[in-house]
Design a protein around this ligand. Structure first.
Ligand code: PGA
Length: 241
């Protein structure tokens, strides 16, 4: 596991964007695994700028997102499909038909989950997966639990995640309590993983991850099983670890 400490959030976002640029320039039809949340917003802003400047071309890129809330369709401003369109896809030269976010309103979520994994396999897997991390160590919506599920699946959200995500909603009762998420087995199949850590409130779970233990109580520790993980973290977080 490689750890890179950056001066601040801007430097971290730029570095992550450069890593994506290198991947896409080397392989123009890359499959990029993307994440939502406040952490990757800076990365997406940098990618938009690079695309405008002609430094990166998304015309042959495919994207696969980690997760979506159950019950929200893509027109809902709180949905992750809406977030991705609004924060990235609408501003770059990507073919929207090659941007995949699991559907939270599919009639049969189990079927949707199975098809999502099939789609990723058919695409030949994910070249680079971008990850954020929850304050409880979740990756995607793989919440701490006694068991973790390898493939894409439906899951309940923990109270800690509902509270953390309530900042994006008018009131906490509006936060969906279930989601569809790529499982850690599928995430670990990605050829390369970049974990971006923003916020000092993530220091405790990242400290545990860096200890090299593996526990389902902190799903991020599963990343210890992967050969090519780069962790980018702000200096102010690293000081607490
Ligand atoms: P954040 O969320 O980027 O908004 O901190 C990260 C996550 O919950 O995975």
């Amino acid at each position: 596991m490689k750890v890179i400490i950056t001066k601040d959030y801007n430097e971290m976002s730029k570095l992550a964007a450069n890593m994506i640029k290198e991947t896409v320039n080397e392989k123009p039809n890359s499959v990029l695994g993307l994440a939502t949340g406040s952490t990757p917003e800076g990365l997406y802003n940098n990618l938009i700028e690079m695309n405008r400047n002609g430094e990166i071309d998304f015309s042959n890129v495919t994207t696969i997102n980690l997760d979506e809330y159950i019950g929200l369709n893509g027109d809902n401003p709180q949905s992750y499909r809406y977030f991705m369109n609004n924060k990235l896809f609408d501003h770059i030269n990507i073919n929207k038909e090659r941007t995949f976010v699991p559907s939270g309103v599919a009639e049969n979520i189990e079927e949707e989950a199975k098809n999502y994994d099939k789609k990723i396999d058919e695409l030949g897997g994910i070249d680079v997966q971008i990850l954020g991390i929850g304050v409880n160590g979740h990756i995607g919506f793989n919440e701490p639990d006694e068991v973790l599920i390898a493939g894409t699946h439906k899951t309940g959200l923990t109270q800690s995640t509902i509270e953390a995500n309530s900042r994006f909603f008018d009131k906490i009762e509006d936060v969906p309590t279930e989601a569809i998420t790529m499982g850690l087995g599928q995430i670990l199949k990605s050829k390369k993983i970049i974990l971006i850590v923003k916020g000092t409130n993530k220091a405790d779970v990242v400290r545990e991850l860096l200890k090299g233990v593996i526990t389902t109580n902190n799903p991020s520790t599963m990343l210890n099983m992967h050969r090519d993980v780069t962790i980018l973290m702000e200096e102010e977080v690293s000081k607490l670890i």
